[in-house]
Design a protein around this ligand. Structure first.
Ligand code: SIN
Length: 493
């Protein structure tokens, strides 16, 4: 592992970073002047102090969003589209700045951070194109007595709570459709990675200002006390929508809060993705797909392959191939050239991964590679393949959120699907097979919102991303993503 690396944030970028709260078009200090520190997970070093929003600041942000709503709703769809298009172009033009920040506060290798900028910007482009395609309906009532008219309108001020693992893409996936639909927003970025989202909000703010559009359309309130900030917001009748990406546990708490105002909710929650390798699979391709599905952001994605369910006849070949591929990965700081696996977000995440691995090994699993931490500073864990894992082990039942691949074997297709579905989660599944009939059988029986067939990457701004069961409600991306921010008004005439 590399032990030194260049400063993750170039001085010119650091000098101009928005570290305050964005409320009503102005960056300002938190009430009382409180701040909290953002750290570099590769070293543990403090990077920046960020304004620490209080509940009063959250309510001020909601007031600004509410005040801007009538004017923003009245902006022509084409003008909303052009604003978003300009934001897309600015994000793409500033890919180096965004990527440096994502790596600095989140730890990803720079190449992955650049990929996140491209992916995140794509949501802005897609919804700039969708803003002018919000369709209603006119028809004659079946009885022939009158016409029915259905109008679509933005639901109103939306609270968007975003996670630390994709600080740009998860923000754009919510902000872009909300703005395209005519909603105004209060964004609460993750406390571990607030700066990337703040920089994105600054791009939106400056484009709004340049066009004379309402300043309070986007508001940003980073905080170290999420619960205290969100509780009064959820209870406030001005708020009409909640969108959250994060754990199922926190999602349940937020859903209870959202029940007070009967809010529209979109919930992208935890996963426990099965990665199925059938006996007819192209094994080298499955290994390659497994690395992509497992190792993006060092395994810290909701769509990370969590359990490798492999037919017993190909299990050895697959495990050897995966261990060899993991052996080629380079663990180190995201800003160091050549790094392919960065740190985990914080040291307690490493402790949890180590605990899950130790428990699996105690239960009889064998370590094919990894199973330990590299020496030195920072929150790193080595890419790990475990074979012969008991399906009851925590490594199989819980979302690992780290670079660990537990392999469980199966004998028949039915057994594979039963194992795959034996979880409360249902975000995504992956299947490797060359049998077209099986592809359809798996797609029809799998209990997940998304399925990657012979692919380890499914994310796409133009596709509906979301889960079933305890993995969430609603969809983000694609045509469906904007509907989450629209309400229908039925007019009988
Ligand atoms: C997530 O981990 O929640 C999102 C991953 C993605 O959009 O690909």
């Amino acid at each position: 592992m590399a032990t030194t690396h260049p400063s993750p944030v170039p001085a010119t970028l650091a000098a101009h970073l928005p570290t305050g709260l964005l409320i009503g078009g102005h960056w300002r200090r938190a009430t009382g002047g409180g701040t909290f520190a953002v750290h570099d997970p590769a070293t543990g070093a403090e990077l920046f102090d960020v304004a620490d929003a209080t509940p009063a600041d959250g309510l001020a942000a909601l007031a600004a969003a509410d005040e801007a709503l009538p004017a923003w709703r009245a902006v022509a769809p084409r003008d909303r589209a052009e604003l978003l298009r300009a934001v897309f172009e600015q994000v793409v033009a500033r890919i180096d700045d965004f990527a440096a920040l994502i790596t600095a506060e989140g730890g990803k290798p720079l190449a992955e951070s650049r990929a996140e900028v491209t992916y995140g910007a794509e949501y802005v482009r897609w919804y700039s194109e969708q803003a002018v395609r919000i369709n209603g309906l006119v028809r004659t009532a079946p009885a022939g007595t009158n016409r029915q008219l259905v109008l679509q309108r933005g639901v109103g001020p939306a609270l968007l709570i975003t996670p630390w693992n994709f600080p740009l893409a998860m923000a754009t996936r919510k902000i872009a459709p909300a703005l395209a639909a005519g909603c105004t927003v209060v964004v609460k970025p993750a406390g571990l990675t607030p700066l990337t989202t703040a920089l994105f909000a600054e791009v939106v703010r400056s484009e709004l200002a340049a066009r004379g559009l309402p300043a309070g359309v986007i508001n940003v309130v980073p905080t170290s006390s999420s619960g205290a900030l969100t509780e009064p917001l959820l209870a406030d009748p001005r708020l009409r929508k909640l969108s959250f990406t994060g754990s199922t546990e926190v999602g349940r708490v937020l859903l209870r809060g959202a029940a007070q105002g009967v809010l529209r909710t979109s919930m992208e929650l935890g996963g426990n993705a099965p990665f199925l390798v059938f006996d007819d699979a192209d094994i080298p391709a499955a290994v390659q797909g497994a690395v992509a599905a497992k190792m993006r952001n060092a395994g810290q994605t909701c769509v990370a392959a969590n359990r490798f369910l492999v037919h017993e006849s190909v299990a050895d070949e697959f495990a050897q191939g995966l261990a060899a591929a993991f052996g080629d990965l380079v663990v180190g700081p995201g800003s160091a050239p050549g790094t392919t696996v960065g740190p985990l977000i914080e040291s307690r995440a490493v402790d949890r991964v180590a605990e899950v691995v130790a428990e699996a090994v105690d239960g009889g699993a064998r370590v094919a590679i990894g199973g330990d931490r590299p020496a030195g500073r920072g929150s790193f864990y080595n890419p790990t393949v475990l074979t012969g894992v008991d399906p009851a082990a925590r490594a199989v039942r819980e979302e690992i959120f780290g670079p660990v691949a537990p392999i469980v074997t199966f004998g028949t297709e039915d057994e594979a699907l039963d194992l795959a579905n034996s979880t409360e989660f249902g975000l995504v599944a992956y299947a490797y097979t060359r049998d077209v009939g099986r592809v359809f059988r798996v797609a029809e029986r799998i209990e997940s919102g998304m399925l990657g067939v012979n692919r380890g990457m499914i994310s796409d701004a133009s596709a509906p991303f979301g889960g079933v069961k305890s993995s969430g409600l609603g969809r983000e991306g694609g045509e469906a993503g904007i509907e989450e921010y629209l309400e229908s008004i039925y007019v009988a005439l």
